[in-house]
Design a binder for this molecule. Sequence first.
Ligand SMILES: *Cc1c(COP(=O)(O)O)cnc(C)c1O
Length: 801
Amino acid sequence: MELTKKRFKEDFQRTLKEVFAIDIEEASAFEQYFSLGRLVKAYTSDEWQRTNKRYLEKQVKQVYYFSIEFLPGHLLKSNLLNLSILKLVREGLSELGISLEKLEDAEPDPALGNGGLGRLAACFMDSMASTGIPGNGNGIRYRYGLFKQKFLNGYQVELPENWLRNGNVWEVRKENKGVTIKFGGTVTLIQDKIGKLKPVYENSEIILAVPYDIPMIGYKNNIANNLRLWSAESPLHGEGEYSTEEQREDVKRITEVLYPDDSNYEGQLLRLKQEYFFVSAGIQSIVRHYKKLHLPFDQMPEKIAVHINDTHPTLCIPELMRILMDEENLSWEVAWDITVKVMSYTNHTIMAEALEKWSEDMIKLWLPRMYQIICEINRRYVETMRPLHGEELVQRTMIIRDGYIKMAHLAIIGSHSTNGVAKLHSDLLKEKVLHDLYTVYPMRFNNKTNGIAQRRWVQLANEDLAKVLDETIGLGWRRNPSEMTMLKAFQNDEAVLAKLDKVKLKNKMHFTAYVEEEMGIKINPKAIFDVQIKRLHAYKRQLMNVLEIIGTYLELKDNPDADIYPRVHIFGAKAAPSYTYAKQIIKLMNSVATLINNDKTIQDKLKLVFIENYGVSLAEKIIPAADVSEQISLATKEASGTSNMKLMLNGAITVATLDGANVEIRDSVGSDNIVLFGLTEEEVYQYYHDRNYNAKEIYETDPKIHRILNALIDGTIPGIQDEGHDIFDSLILHNDEYFVLKDFSDYAEAKKKIDLLYSNRQAWNKMSLLNIASAGHFSSDYTVLRYAEDIWDVEHFTKIK
Ligand SMILES: *Cc1c(COP(=O)(O)O)cnc(C)c1O
């Protein structure tokens, strides 16, 4: 883009005037941000339009990535970087007396997701645009994002996240591209004149789906892809008009909140409606687009790939069947062949309780046509496979069983590809969790290890590190992250190591200032910054981390002069509002923080900083300052993890179990540059098989663990009367579901090893360098290219090695 600083400054001032009718001096940070965003969107509009036109003219195959969550984070700086105008705009603003960083902070962070799943979808959007894959996102424009987390007396409270309060500057409402969605009523199949069965709908509720499009700008390649988020509205006139305010409110509720509380029927129904709503809207708009190409439908798989990110969008399969048969008059056989070729699916979990299933009754009542089609898919599956695989296997793998519809089974049966998200995870799918379906469709299963957008997690979040990389290995890594391996040549170069050390210290001081300002806690930037940031979940074992902190605290109380390297433990984590146990652990963490942060006798050797409201923007502040990355889930439970990759990329040393992508991180960085501990996958399965794990025995025989657990219930930690007892019981009475006690000693050893390693700073910095150098491999640019090649069969238009 041709832009001079002079023109930018004029454009910016003019935009402020146009949008808010004010001059710079009177404008708030938000008004300045919003005007800048407006301007950047205008700068993008040509690329956006041209990309669209080019895709259409060349009739290239396009990918549609369906995800019920997207966590894009702030877009301002990312867009500036990708448009190659970051430096110019920063300088221009500075000449006008404005700091770009202030404007960045004024941007609302769209929390349209819970964690890893939504963040992965956002990294993929970034990477598809940057590698020139014709890729579209399809999701929901939630009016309220994931709740805003506050701590009140150490307890999590949830406040509404009204991120759209002042509008979203990046979106464009496309009312003319709206489609209608039907819920409920009855569907009867009636024979038409030529003897074909046609559905007749009666008494359905009709909802209008209106798309809002957001440009996804590629890295310096003149490409802007589209992220389409759907909003539910009442139809304006004609069919399905609502007469009462209450009905109109009900309609809006469909896209009101991310993940409604599903502990009751109403909440479950709302979630089901959300799933069908964005699926039906997306598939309808895809078919509409396809028809513009004037090609026969059997060529659809050559032009369209639909990706199902986790099972929430699985209704894509019956919905495409519905449109092809009911509206486009194709036979079942032809429609099915097209559907299977178009669809592909990513599995994100092996935990049984997280495998989505819907009650047959609910789908029958609210999505009657979907129900008919799913029944027929199931019937044909059983009929075809029974002679091949026998009754038992078919019973175990069919879609509908015992009154439930199993979404993962539907996704696998109705698509041509099922992938896991790390090698270990994909192997476990084949060997254990989905073994039966693997037997039926061995060719459909494959692995695609997750990745992260290296632009956001280094180039934007850690500009100083990026500069050191530029100076040391040139600029090529910015487009081809695998070139970061060139850094390995400098592992013994003292000047480079010193530079890395300096950058880390600067980031830590920056973060230290943030913590003091936001939380009033003073921390020592020279201490080890030990970071665990992720959703609060029992399997992720934040509890094990806290128990180790309590252990270290008790050790320091015994001997204040103990040889312990000063540590600051940094946590960020939200618990699902209805997840009581996770919330109890939050309370425990906050109580431990209060206890140790205020205890003068331990001489600031140990601090615990639990930052409220963890999200993408906070991650960008914490990760560059991290020395240690905690990836301590029980082996087999974390499908991949991606914060492990982000932290490694920023030079943190990983303390890890051999779970998810940690295994590949070990392979990439080498065993000497990661600190491993804990049960392996085989050992965990052995315990499950033998049923001989006994947590109480560990408590009774290990004096250190005994003392730490007693601290939960004997008043050592004030303020956790009930929580302490419940957590204690979960470990001792309920036999410690995630083997916290089993892995504890090994983990504590690993932490001691970290202390020791950190004391030798030259060696530490070398490890840190090798971690950075080995992280390019985990760029999501490569991940999406592998999807493009192996699953979607689409071309890409930007050169990248
Ligand atoms: C990367 C990321 C996650 C995923 O973290 P895991 O440790 O892989 O679970 C979750 N939330 C946010 C905001 C992230 O940026």
